[in-house]
Design a protein around this ligand. Structure first.
Ligand code: FEO
Length: 172
């Protein structure tokens, strides 16, 4: 059974994951209209993954005697000055999500809620992967800068990354 405090904290995380999904969906749309199909596909996939993160939390809350709350979301940024800026935002957002997960882990220990603590370990591992991926993409795009040819190749490469990461996450 979840304490009210943990239930509230988990519901806050439901909102964070839902907002993440919307943020990446908006990035996907921007990339798509800019003609970068690979980047768009990557962002659509990221958005789907965030929705899965949200659903996993919702199921857990309801199964543990709580009530998952579906709440209003903050509107995401829909335009960007550059792909560099967009990937910087993705990276910074993942760092924020990690901080939020860490805070939840901390609270679960304070409340001696070991079931929730155990459940959250999946998110801890997932955030390590997501931050690492966001960082490596950001490093690449920063190297490319404004070079159009580089961006074209990057768009092709990122499709490969999407295939690889969905293959590894479906293996989990
Ligand atoms: Fe669900 Fe990208 O964190």
């Amino acid at each position: 059974m979840l304490s009210k405090k943990i239930e509230k904290a988990l519901n806050d995380q439901v909102r964070v994951e839902a907002e993440s999904s919307q943020i990446y969906l908006a990035m996907a749309c921007w990339a798509e209209v800019k003609g970068l199909e690979g980047v768009a596909r990557f962002m659509f996939d990221q958005s789907d993954e965030e929705r899965e993160h949200m659903l996993k939390l919702i199921k857990f809350i309801n199964e543990r005697g709580g009530h998952a709350q579906i709440s209003a979301l903050k509107a995401p940024n829909v335009t960007f000055n550059s792909f560099q800026e967009m990937f910087q935002m993705l990276h910074d957002h993942e760092v924020l999500v990690s901080e939020s997960i860490n805070e939840l882990v901390h609270q679960s220990l304070q409340e001696k809620d070991y079931a929730t603590h155990n459940f959250l370990q999946w998110y801890v591992a997932e955030q390590i992967e997501e931050e690492a991926m966001a960082k490596s993409i950001l490093d690449k795009i920063n190297l490319i800068g404004d070079d159009k040819g580089g961006l074209y190749l990057f768009d092709r490469d990122i499709q490969q990354l999407t295939v690889t990461s969905s293959a590894s996450s479906s293996a989990v």
